[in-house]
Design a protein around this ligand. Structure first.
Ligand code: ZN
Length: 166
C-alpha cells in the first residue's frame, strides 16, 4: 500500500465535525485513505511514509466543490458587470451564449475548468448551457471531475443530459 506524509503545512484545515485546524500541520495517507491529521512533530514520528511532501508555506484543505458554474460563460466575464439582473441575463449573457459556436464553448469550458483546478476545486456541477457536449469534452481533457448537467440543445429544442464519471 502506498503511503504519503504531507508535513510542515502552514495550516491543515480538516472540516471534520470538530472543525480542527492545525498550524504546522501534517496529513498521513495510506492508499486512498487519510489515516490521521495533526501536528507535523507527532505525525512525522509516527508515520514513516514512502513519499513525503513538504508543504512549507502552504495550506492543506479538502478539495472544494462548485455546485453552480456555467462553464461556457467563462469567456463572457465582464460583459454584464454592474448591470441589473434583467439586462445581465436577457441582453448580455443570453446574447453572448446564442452567438457562441461549439468551438468557442469548448475553449470557454476548458479555461473555466483550468481555473477551477487552480483554485482548488475538485468537483463541479454545471447547471447547463447550449453546449453540454463541448463542456463534457473539456472535462475529459483534465482531471477535475464533474457530475451531471442538464441542458437544452439550442438547435433541436430538446433536453440533453450528460453525465461524467471520474
Ligand atoms: Zn446559473
Amino acid at each position: 500500500m502506498d503511503t504519503i506524509l504531507i508535513k510542515n503545512a502552514g495550516w491543515v484545515v480538516t472540516m471534520d465535525p470538530d472543525r480542527r485546524i492545525f498550524a504546522d500541520g501534517a496529513v498521513a495517507i495510506e492508499g486512498d485513505r487519510i489515516v490521521e491529521v495533526g501536528k507535523t512533530e507527532q505525525l512525522a514520528a509516527k508515520h514513516k511514509a514512502q513519499k513525503v511532501i513538504d508543504a512549507t508555506g502552504k495550506m492543506v484543505l479538502p478539495g472544494m466543490i462548485d455546485t453552480h458554474v456555467h462553464n461556457t460563460q467563462q469567456l463572457g466575464r465582464g460583459l454584464a458587470d454592474g448591470c441589473e439582473i434583467n439586462v445581465h441575463l436577457l441582453e448580455r449573457l443570453y446574447g453572448y451564449e446564442t452567438a457562441m459556436m461549439a468551438e468557442d464553448a469548448y475553449w470557454a469550458a476548458l479555461c473555466c475548468q483550468l481555473e477551477l483546478i487552480r483554485a482548488g476545486t475538485t468537483c463541479f456541477i454545471d447547471p447547463g448551457s447550449y453546449f453540454p457536449r463541448e463542456t463534457a469534452q473539456a472535462v475529459g481533457e483534465r482531471s477535475c471531475p464533474a457530475v451531471r448537467m442538464n441542458s437544452f440543445d439550442g438547435s433541436r429544442r430538446r433536453r440533453t443530459t450528460i453525465e461524467w464519471g471520474w
